[in-house]
Write a protein that binds this ligand. Structure first.
Ligand code: 13P
Ligand code: SF4
Length: 350
């Protein structure tokens, strides 16, 4: 792959990417969805990329699946489908286009490929990883099975295909409780997120849940103390936390759910002030659609998600570089674990 300067030069030769007030104005309907959070001078820089990507997407017969943590320019500007991990996995099974561009992290692109092996799945930056996915290998799963013989392994989708293939079933933050509750076993191994496991354990007390020692570098940074202080200084703020946060942080929240669960909650409840205890783009992406809500308080950036930029998306569609491949035997094992999750969560209505 070329370096960033060579990529910028090559793209500049093929597309008109100079900042343009005219293009910014032509794409005014798209800009209206992010006006509160993207200054007009930034939009004049980004609009030419959005225009080029949307044209090229058609020429390549491609769809863009984007996670809720993408920047507003990606989320509102170029995505065909946005959602949490479960929604993106389900959408990947329905894609008819030839090419999927996954604006998210590597495990999400791998999941799309596993579910849709005949399609070309591109990720604009192969280095967009995840601290949870990096925390565990198939050997880690084998070790947990040795420690708890006979217990089924429920693995978070934030993992590699090899780890999924070594597991019995996957889960996401939106269906973990339903998946665990539906399993017959009394003792259940959850990997690799210890905090998700501990939060699920509180909601499914009839099960003995044991966990691996992984965590998310974004959500583990929040503390219960900072939320308590924030609430004291800002009475009436609704606090909403992702279940990758430590349990004492979730205990301070009014609601906990997946990234799409969080968006649905604020849209439904319309609190005057909301503190989203998760990645910073969540508030930015929701802000214009919900003008009555003031988003306040601390948030953290995911350095992996933020590796995906408009320039890299344009490059991946231009060059068709960054295709995700999964060994067919591994893919089959992983597909079974993901498909069991999709089937079970449909039955449980999660
Ligand atoms: P969701 O499935 O809730 O979108 O979570 C994915 C993720 O990586 C959160 O950090
Ligand atoms: Fe992984 Fe955490 Fe980033 Fe989500 S926010 S992709 S769990 S590192």
């Amino acid at each position: 792959m070329l370096d960033q300067t060579a990529i910028a030069d090559t793209l500049g030769q093929h597309y008109d990417l100079a900042p343009s007030l005219e293009t910014a104005e032509q794409l005014g309907a798209i800009y209206a969805r992010m006006r509160r959070v993207v200054p007009p001078e930034d939009w004049a820089i980004h609009a030419p990329y959005v225009a080029a990507i949307n044209r090229l997407k058609q020429a390549r017969n491609a769809v863009i699946l984007a996670h809720n943590y993408m920047t507003p320019q990606i989320y509102h500007g170029i995505a065909d489908v946005v959602g949490d991990s479960l929604q993106l996995a389900i959408e990947a099974t329905r894609v008819e286009a030839d090419v999927i561009v996954q604006c998210g992290v590597h495990f999400m692109a791998e999941t799309a490929k596993i579910l849709n092996p005949a399609k070309t799945v591109l990720i604009p930056d192969m280095e967009a990883g995840c601290s949870l996915a990096e925390s565990i290998t198939p050997e880690g799963i084998a070790e947990m099975r040795r420690r708890y013989p006979g217990a089924p392994v429920v693995t978070y989708v934030n993992t590699s295909a090899e780890v999924k293939a070594a597991s019995d079933i996957c889960c996401t933050s939106s269906n973990a409780v339903q998946i665990v509750a539906a399993l017959e076993a009394e003792t259940i191994i959850m990997t690799p997120d210890k905090y998700l496991a501990q939060n699920v354990a509180q909601q499914v007390p009839q099960k003995n849940i044991v966990w691996y020692d992984g965590s998310c570098i974004v959500h583990e940074q929040f503390t219960a103390q900072e939320l308590r202080e924030f609430r004291d200084w800002n009475p009436g703020t609704r606090i909403i936390a992702h279940p990758e946060c430590p349990p004492d942080v979730v205990a301070e929240a009014d609601f906990s759910g997946s990234t799409s669960g969080i968006i649905d909650y604020v849209a439904r409840e319309q609190p005057e002030k909301a503190l989203l205890v998760t990645e910073c783009s969540m508030a930015s992406n929701t802000s214009d659609a919900l003008p009555g809500i003031e988003f306040v308080g601390p948030c953290n950036m995911c350095p992996h998600m933020k590796k995906i930029t408009l320039e890299k998306v344009l490059w991946s569609l231009h060059s068709m570089e960054g295709a995700v491949e999964v060994d067919s035997q591994v893919a089959e094992g992983a597909r079974q674990a993901v498909q069991r999750m999709i089937d079970l969560s449909r039955r449980a209505g999660a």
